[in-house]
Design a protein around this ligand. Sequence first.
Ligand code: NA7
Length: 538
Amino acid sequence: MSEINASGSADTDFDLVIVGAGFAGLYMLHRARGLGLTARVFEAGGGVGGTWYWNRYPGARCDVESMQYSYQFSDELAQEWQWSERYSPQPEILTYANHVADRFDLRGDIQFDTSVEAAHFDDEAGRWRIETSDGGTWSAQFVVMATGCLSSANMPDFEGLDSYRGETYHTGHWPHEKVDFAGKRVGVIGTGSSAIQSIPIMAEQAAHLTVFQRTPNYMVPAHNAPLDRTYEAEVKADYDALRERARIRPGGIDIEFNLAPALDASEAERRQKYEKKWAHGGFGFMGSYGDLMLDGAANDTAAEFVRGKIRDVVDDPAVADLLSPHNVFGCKRLCVDTNYWQTYNRDNVTLVDVSEDPIERITPSGLCVNGQDYTFDAIVFATGFDAMTGALLKIDIRGAGGRKLSEKWAEGPKTYLGLAIAGFPNMFTVTGPGSPSVLTNMLPSIEQHVNWISDCLDYMRQNGHGQIDSDQQAEDDWVAHVGETASLSLRATCSSWYVGANIPGKPRVFMPYMGGYPVYLEKCQEVVANGYQGFALS
Ligand code: NA7
């Protein structure tokens, strides 16, 4: 096993191959360069940005506030970049990703329009052999899967899909050209975050919009606005303070968090608290009480408050009722909206409940539910993603001894810290299953993983190690711990994409780590402090 070769290698050999040029891949490349490693990024898209490259649907916007959704590694970058709104719209985040790529001169090592199709570990050479969609074959000592958590779009296998003669769109694969719905009859399938962001905008454009809802969702208002420049100046004067406050929160976001139990407060106090949080907007609502995700009765108080808001806003009581969720508040990913429920007061918007009678089939002219035909000029599939594991399992990944990742994960993903997979040496995942990832502010979580991986590569070089693999026992213990923490929360109780319930046949396992960001950070640091505890270095 060779040590990391920092002095350059043959054309198709790299120290490191990085899969994906989203925020994880971009920063990983930057860090690899800093370590003097030869690296190549393969990116399926035609540009950088990952999630923000693909999800161009109308109204796409980050649900974490702009001042907290940016890289931390460069103070100059943080100071010079100026966001325009409280929550950044997708085009601006994409511009930011492009700015980072240019500012740090990253494009030269990124090969666009190229998917990685296979990655096989060659036991004898101790290197990964990589095959790409352009027919290329490459070899690398290390592979970093920066493939994203919500990057494999889910297109349900509707009967008759190919027969449809109108336009079809998936929110996670939106075209680059402007889509014009003016004067058109549009059908939307799904009511998750992507749908609730795009429906109010599409309703303004279309002649008629029909929304097919299987499960109603809880939302909190964004109260988006131009970014308050005084607040921006305050943050920029002491960015570290904001980041430190965020680091000690379970979700890695600086929100005010009240640890007190909801039922200790009187009904009037609770109402006042919820109203205050509602008026402020955003995920801060989750911080109203400490036990909202732990105690069903506490959770009911928040759920009923939100249902009351729906009744207040929606004119037709029957529609308000249909829009009202009755599952656990915050169990599925909470949506942050702008005028979503209000949109159903428009004359040109219809809500169709498909919870009891599912969409039967797609027809040449539209779709059919419960024997009724709906005719559309365009259908928008806002049907989500094969989350967390989808993008990894699309690639034919084989570890030591030719073991397939798809076989290892047949009963659900197994990782050590969401960073490494036992039996898959020298491969790292950024925000993989088993890490807090999607339950946290993604950008800082991505950075923390990339920093951990980079420090590990540096450590290996300094100590003459050529190979790293996690111990089976360490991985088993971590998987058990991830499962235990999930079982303590109400979040694991419903059919969400967190448990893979949206993909037929996917094993039902709560995938992200629910122990909280600070606990996780501590664990990662402890592993390093104990000489990469749970890893075998050779
Ligand atoms: P989501 O949140 O997974 O939403 C997908 C929606 O599509 C959801 O309402 C689903 O209903 C619905 N869906 C999926 N398949 C079907 C079928 N076959 N019939 C009817 N309805 C269907 O994806 P998003 O893209 O909105 O958001 C993903 C994440 O991106 C989000 O959580 C944020 O983190 C950002 P269901 O609820 O499964 O009944």
